[in-house]
Design a binder for this molecule. Structure first.
Ligand SMILES: [Zn+2]
Length: 240
């Protein structure tokens, strides 16, 4: 996707109001991402040059703010794993109980306050959060089912989780049990810290098996100016 100033779909950043062309971002060194047409990964025009938000971050923001319209709700309890800076600032401002967490605090620079949370096993009680945002994190976790089950457990009944991952629609899920090094993962999955590339239908099945009700939606046409990747569907995971 290339959005440039003057295009019919020209970009206005929903976080900072920047109006102009997007910067390139994402990995392009490893051909597997192109070969499997992996969505939500690879080199693309997607970074706001002003606030540095990505297309993936703006998709979640657009859904929560415009579609769910949670900005005016009171008493929301929200867990945000590996928080993106712009999204964190907004979600924190509207939540009565906001927890930002990450398992790798020492390797990261976060703008806001972030506590240690290993999403495979947390100390949170059952049915605690209205929303859980875990955007492009499950792809980094070997025990993906365990992490998704934990998210399901700590989500309130009626709550929703965002657990986006890079997706291929032209191959089955790519995962090699004996791959252990960064170099092997780069070649196999396009990123040194990813554990697999998910097929869309297999990922939906995994989410259903964990217990979620899935609603797959695409908001790029409804909000063309927000710079959402038109190929990236949002998997809205509800605990019913
Ligand atoms: Zn921006």
């Amino acid at each position: 996707m290339t959005l440039t100033h003057g295009d019919k779909k020209h970009f206005v950043c929903p976080f900072c109001g920047y109006d102009g062309p997007l910067d390139l971002m994402g990995a392009d060194r490893f051909p597997i991402l192109q070969k499997l047409k992996v969505i939500g990964a690879g080199r693309r025009s997607a970074r706001c040059p002003n606030c540095k938000s990505s297309d993936k971050e703006r998709l979640v923001y657009t859904y929560l703010k415009e579609v769910e319209d949670i900005g005016h709700l009171k008493d929301l309890s929200i867990l945000h794993i590996a928080p993106e800076n712009n999204l964190q600032k907004w979600v924190e401002s509207i939540s009565s109980n906001y927890v930002a967490g990450d398992a790798f605090l020492q390797n990261q620079t976060f703008m806001g306050e972030v506590q240690f949370v290993d999403i495979r096993q947390t100390d949170f009680s059952d049915n605690m959060f209205d929303y859980i945002i875990c955007n492009h994190v499950i792809c980094d976790i070997k025990e993906d089912r365990k992490a998704l089950s934990e998210i399901f457990r700590i989500l309130k009944t009626g709550g929703k989780a965002i657990v986006q991952v890079p997706i291929t629609k032209i191959s089955k899920t790519v995962e090699y049990p004996n791959i252990n090094t960064k170099e092997e993962r780069e070649i196999a999955y396009g990123y040194g810290y990813h554990e697999r590339i998910y097929n869309d239908k297999e990922y939906s099945r995994l989410l259903s098996n964990v217990g979620f009700t899935i609603d797959v939606r695409n908001f790029s046409e409804q909000y063309p100016q927000n710079g959402i990747n038109p190929l990236e569907d949002l998997y809205i995971c509800k605990k019913e």
